[in-house]
Ligand binder design. Structure first.
Ligand code: UDP
Ligand code: MG
Length: 173
């Protein structure tokens, strides 16, 4: 047996996945990987976060629609969010990509998450219900964009202590 290659990968259940109540189905499919979850949270996606996440696609004609999509703008207030998770384990990136399926849901294997549940909108956006990082460089960039060190269980990347600047923030009333 070869030595394990422990990787981390960012998984997002996109707004269409939440709207279609697919969270349970998607988590069940991903459980086949036997990977562990080291972080999970619901995120209201700002325009800035959307742009940073999809920075590699900024010159594509569908970029404005892609920002609307990941922000959930077309699904109503309750679905302007994503479920963000970090999966970790041996070969995590490819394992999750395989179960997610091809980017284009029409081309994706029909037993994959995207093949089973995705669609192409009339505006041409691939509504493919899930995001999965595609390389170790991408996953590190994406995980650091979406999560703070304290939101991850375990030290998956080096972190350092920093003094919090005085700032207004919410505490439970
Ligand atoms: N996308 C699209 N049309 C395209 C290519 C991508 O609508 O021709 C959307 C789709 O939702 C995809 C996302 O943009 O998941 C990010 O594209 P990327 O090429 O990074 O594909 P992924 O890594 O998500 O498979
Ligand atoms: Mg990608």
């Amino acid at each position: 047996m070869s030595t394990p290659d422990i990787q981390n990968t960012l998984v997002l259940i996109k707004p269409d996945g939440l709207k279609k109540s697919l969270t349970g189905n998607i988590l069940t499919k991903l459980a086949e990987t036997r990977l562990i979850i080291v972080g999970a949270k619901v995120v209201s996606v700002s325009r800035e976060l959307a742009e940073q996440h999809y920075i590699h696609l900024k010159d594509k004609p569908f970029f404005p629609e892609l920002l609307n999509y990941i922000q959930g703008k077309m699904y109503g207030e309750e679905y302007k969010r994503v479920l963000a998770m970090v999966y970790r384990g041996d070969g995590a990136i490819q394992k999750v990509r395989d179960i997610a399926g091809s980017t284009n849901p029409e081309e994706a294997d029909s037993t994959s998450i995207r093949g089973a549940y995705g669609r192409i909108t009339t505006k041409g956006v691939f509504e493919n219900v899930i995001h999965a990082s595609s390389s170790t460089a991408d996953s590190e960039r994406e995980i650091k964009l979406w999560f703070k060190p304290a939101e991850i269980v375990g030290n998956i990347y080096p972190a350092k202590k920093a003094m919090a600047e005085a700032h207004e923030h919410f505490v439970w009333a």
